[in-house]
Ligand binder design. Structure first.
Ligand SMILES: Nc1nc2c(c(=O)[nH]1)N[C@H]1C(S)=C(S)[C@@H](COP(=O)(O)O)O[C@H]1N2
Ligand SMILES: [Mo]
Length: 424
């Protein structure tokens, strides 16, 4: 139904208004498969990120390879962004189904339709909130991470129900080439909705009288008939291209080689010392406390509390590590860090190799604290960094001292350290 028709004679669209061959189960199943893959990748990597930040007792995250978190979070952001155009195309392909009448036909049908409503709402929420988070735009009043996490379970649950319900349709749709004509849809094959649909070729060969089309066109026809418009394969190409473009336009924040192509990348290379700043010293309210000459790093362990001035820290053995900051919000950047090994400081406070520690910042905000499991604390690459890319740490990067550890979310790389304490 055209827009002009709709305005002249407003009425709800009907299934039979949609005559394009593109509204096909074969197209829907293929886009749906890609969506299923992107959603699964996004869910698993999101779950990992959540568990690293809030580890249950059974969970451990390796410190090698050092880029592991950079990779998993990169996949999380890339798969989420790729899913956005795919979801738009999928919704457009299945639009006719939203106008099916009667709307609800029974208990099972009500359950199915409800699950689809939940799926669309939760999927849209996850993709939109995630995208806005990458764009550092927070138009909501709630705290993003727990809500994004909770709704992810709703989305993946609704997705599983949807796949289970549709499995027969999906299998049939995927078993033949996308350009083959669809068999008549039993749900719309009522007498009132004939529709200009392509007859099933198998039916056509058995009963040529029913088939008003020339047999050559219907039997074994590979190309659907739709005058001069996009083919089904063309639509799949457009969807895949849009997903790829969206990803390339944003992924440069994670892959330096793609920085130039990533017009939508938010934070490539900005910030002092060639590293983006997530939260500045001013925003964290540490402008004064971080430059106070009386600053001390207190390390508390079984042997009691040991205090280190900045000069004392500089006097300890220094180590250098090449480690990325991989922010959960969608950027990552490698850098060269130098400072004191965390394990050396813990040993000085009498901590054993199995000690888990908590680090606290001068910043009393939400991210002014993080827990360091013993595997991370004992890692030779885990540093209390004093230098970044050969210079003294910039105030915005955590001067006088910050934590930097391998394969760890940026949000746990605590800046402006003030305390390190053994917690168990
Ligand atoms: N004290 C404190 N440390 C913090 C933060 C913070 O808000 N406060 N932000 C974290 C986040 S989310 C990231 S991504 C990294 C970024 O480090 P950078 O600003 O030096 O690049 O710092 C982390 N350390
Ligand atoms: Mo971050």
């Amino acid at each position: 139904m055209s827009l002009r028709e709709l305005i002249r004679r407003p009425r709800l669209p009907q299934r039979s208004d949609y005559t394009s061959e593109l509204h096909s189960p074969r197209v829907a199943a293929r886009i749906g498969t890609w969506l299923g893959i992107t959603f699964t990748l996004c869910f698993i990597t999101g779950l990992l990120s959540h568990y690293i930040q809030h580890p249950p007792l059974w969970f451990g995250w390796p410190t090698r390879p050092i880029w592991l978190y950079r990779l998993t979070q990169g996949v999380h952001v890339a798969s989420g962004i790729a899913a956005i155009p795919l979801l738009f195309v999928k919704l457009w392909v299945v639009t006719p189904r939203f106008w099916r009448r009667p709307l609800l036909t029974g208990v099972l049908n009500i359950l199915e339709r409800t699950s689809i409503l939940v799926l669309i709402a939760s999927a849209a929420f996850e993709l939109i909130s995630g995208l806005l988070n990458v764009a550092e735009f927070y138009p909501w009043a709630f705290f993003f991470p727990p809500v994004h996490y909770a709704v992810a379970w709703i989305a993946i649950g609704a997705l599983l129900v949807h796949i289970a319900v549709k499995l027969p349709v999906i299998r049939t749709a995927l078993s033949r080439p996308v350009s083959d004509p669809d068999p008549p849809d039993p749900e719309i094959a009522g007498p009132e909705v004939p529709g200009p649909r392509t007859p099933d070729p198998t039916v056509a060969t058995r009963d040529p009288v029913v088939d008003t089309e020339p047999a050559s066109k219907a039997v074994g026809a590979k190309e659907p008939r739709h005058s001069g418009s996009l083919s089904r394969r063309g639509l799949l190409g457009v969807a895949a291209g849009a997903a790829g473009l969206a990803t390339i336009a944003t992924i440069g924040d994670r892959i330096p080689a793609l920085e130039k192509t990533s017009v939508l990348a938010q934070r490539s290379g900005d910030g002092p010392q060639v590293l983006p700043v997530n939260r500045s010293a001013r925003a964290a309210g540490v402008l004064r406390s971080a430059v106070d000459p009386g600053w001390r790093l207190t390390v508390t362990g079984p042997a009691g509390a040991v205090e280190f001035s900045l000069d004392q820290l500089r006097g300890l053995p220094q180590n250098t590590a090449e480690l990325p900051i991989a922010c959960v919000e969608g950027w990552a950047r490698g850098a060269s860090w130098s400072g004191v090994r965390m394990s050396d400081l813990l040993t000085a406070a009498g901590a054993t190799a199995g000690s888990n520690v908590r680090v606290s910042s001068l910043d009393r905000g939400l991210y002014g604290r993080s827990d360091v499991p013993s595997s991370v604390g004992q890692d030779p690459l885990t540093l209390v960094a004093l230098m970044l890319n050969g210079e003294q740490l910039h105030l915005d990067h955590g001067y006088p001292a910050r934590l930097i550890a391998p394969s760890r979310p940026g949000v746990l790389q605590t800046k402006w350290l003030s305390r390190i304490e053994v917690i168990l």
